[in-house]
Write a protein that binds this ligand. Sequence first.
Ligand code: IVH
Length: 670
Amino acid sequence: MPKASDIILKQAEQLRERINFHNRKYYVDDSPEISDAEFDKLFGQLLDLEEQYPELVSADSPSQRVGSKLSKKFENQPHRIPMLSLQKVTTAEEFAAFDKRVSEGLESDTAIEYFVEPKLDGLAVELIYRNGLFETGLTRGDGSTGENITPNLRTIKTIPLRLSDVCASKYPLLEVRGEVIMRKSDFLKLNETLRANNQTTLANSRNGAAGSLRQLDSKITASRPLLFYAYGISDKELKGIDSQRAAIDLLISEGFKINEQARSAVGKNKVEKTFEMLTKKRPTLNYEIDGMVIKVNNFEQQTILGQIARAPRWAVAWKFEAEQAETILMDVEFSVGRTGVVTPVAKLKPVQVSRVTVSSASLHNEDEIRALDIRIGDTVVIQRAGEVIPDVIEVLLEHRPKNSKPIIFPTKCPSCGKAIKRPKGEAAYRCQNFSCPAQVAGRLIYFASKAGVDIDGLGEKLAGQLCQKNLVNDPADIYFLKKDDLLPLDLMADKRAENLLAAIDKSRRAELPKIIAALGIIGVGETAAKILAAEFTDFDKLLNSKQARLETIAGIGPVIAENILAFFSNKSHRRLIDKLKKGGVKFLPYKLKSKAGKLLGKTFVITGTLSKPRPYFKKLIEDNGGKVTGSVSSSTNYLLCGSEPGSKEAKARKLGVEVIGEDRFKALLT
Ligand code: IVH
C-alpha cells in the first residue's frame, strides 16, 4: 500500500472540507450550490483516495457516515448532566400562571425575556463533542442514562462530525442536545417503500425517527431520511454563553440546523401571540410538532429558578390540544377517485377533535383494514393531522360489540357498476372504466384545482353536476360550455355563470407547468410539472419525448418517465389534448422567470446577535432575491450587523462594505 504524501493528505482534507460545506448547504441551509451529480463526484473522489490510502480515513470523514452493522446491543451510558423533562400547560391561563411564578421566583417586575421553540415530536438525543470531534451520541433514555447510538447518529447529515477549531479550543467538551425527526413527506415515502417491500409500516413520523435510530445495522439508519435539530447545550457555565439565544447562535455558527421558528419573545403577551401564530402554522409545516417550548432566556435566571423533581422551573411545554379522539365506526362507504382507485371511507359517529366535528375518516385500502382488524361497530381512535381528513389509527378491541360486522370490499365499482380489479403489486382496487362518472368528475375537479389550471368556482359540487348532466365528459369539454348550458344548474344565477365562464377563459392562458399538472399524469404533481416545463419549454416537445430523454432529467426518474409515456401514448389522452387546443387552451411556451425582488443581485453577510435567529434573516434576504454568504469580501454588498459583531465588522469597514443594522435592513425591503 503506498503511503500518502503531504500533498495527498492536503487533497483529502480539502475534499472533506468541500463535502462538509456542500452537505451543510444542502441539509442545514436547504440551499444547495452544486448539483447532486457534482456532489457525488466529489464524494467519489474522496472514497477513491481513502481506498488507496486507508490511513487517511479519520473518524470525522464524511465517508464514515455510511454505517455498518453493530456487533452487540446498544450500551447504556449516563448523561453527565441529566436531560430533564418539561412541565406542561395547555391554556393561556395556565401559561400566565407559569409566567407569574417565574416573575416571583426572580423577584422581577419587568417582562421576562423568553426564548421559544416548537416542541418537535421526534427522539431527544445528546451529542458529545470532545476537542471538536463528535465522539458519542446518546438517546435521552430515562433522563439520567441513555443508550449509546453513536454509529447511527453519525449517519445523519445535519450532525456535524467536527466543530471549528476556535470552538474546539474554547469548549473542549461541548454537549449539544436536540431532536431527531423525520419530515412528514419523507415518512410517507418511507412507508410507501416499506409497503412495496412487504415490510411492516410505521404508525407515525415519530416512530419513523425512533425506529430508524434504533436499528442495529446503521446502514439501515443511513438509508433513512433523518434530520437533527439542535435546541440547546447541557452546560450553563461555558465562557461567553450566558443565554439560550447565545447558545443557539453558537450552534448556528457551528453548522447545526436550528428550527426556523425559534425566536425570542419578551413578556407573556408576546409568547401568547407566538403560540397562536405557531398553531396556525402547524398544518403547513413539513414536520410534526406537538406544542411550543418556552424557556427563560438568561442562564443566570435559569439557575436562580432551579428545578423541581425532574423538570426545570425555567421552562414549560405549551401543548396543542389533543388531536385524537375515540368514536364508533358506523359504516364504511367506498368512493372512486380520478384514477379509478376505490377508497374505503369510514363513516363515524360525529366527534369533536381539536374543535372540529369529524364524521368521516380515511381507511386507505383493503390491507389497511385487515391490518387494523377493524369491524363495523368497533370503537376506534382517530387522529387529525392539521387540515387533512383524519386517519383511523387504532381499534379498541376490548370495546368490540357482539354484533360487529366485517367490512366487505365491493367487487363492482360503486359509481358505474363495472368490475373493479386489484392490479398485482398494488394496494388499491381500481375501476377499469375510463368513462366512469366518478372518474370523469374526479379528473375535472383535479384539472380545475389550485394544483391544476386553477379555475375559481369550479369545485366538487359543480363538477358533479356538470358530469351528471352529461355536459362534461372530459376536462376539455368545459372550454365549449355556453352560458345557456350553465343557467339550468342548481344555484347558478346570471352573475355566477358569467364569473365561471370568465375564470374558464382565464385558464386558457394558464402557465405550462399548471397545464401539465392539470392533466393528472400519475406521479406528475406541481413539482414534476415545473421540472418538465422548464426542461422542454414547448409542450409538443414533451408530448413527443422518449423514455431515455425523460429518465435523465433530475427529479423525474424511470417510474415517472414511464407514466408520462404511457399517458401520452394513450389515444383518449391524445384526443383530450387535441380537444384542449381546439377549445382555445394556449399551451404557451414556458419562460423561466428570474427571481425578482428588492434585493436582487445583492450579497449579504450576517454577523452578531440580532432580534431573531439568523435563518430568519437569511430566508428574508433570499425570498427577496438576495444571497447570503459566510464571509466578507469585496463583492459583499452589505454586512447585516447585530450586537457583538466580532471580526467581520472590522473586515467590512476595511473593505468599504456597507455595514447596516436591522432598521436599515428593513428599510431596504420596503
Ligand atoms: S428542551 C429542560 N426544547 O420535549 C429542557 N425539548 O419534555 C428540556 N422537545 O423529550 C428539553 N422539542 O425531546 C426542549 N425545542 C425543544 C424541544 C424539546 C422537543 C422534547 C424533548 C424531550 C421533551 C421534554
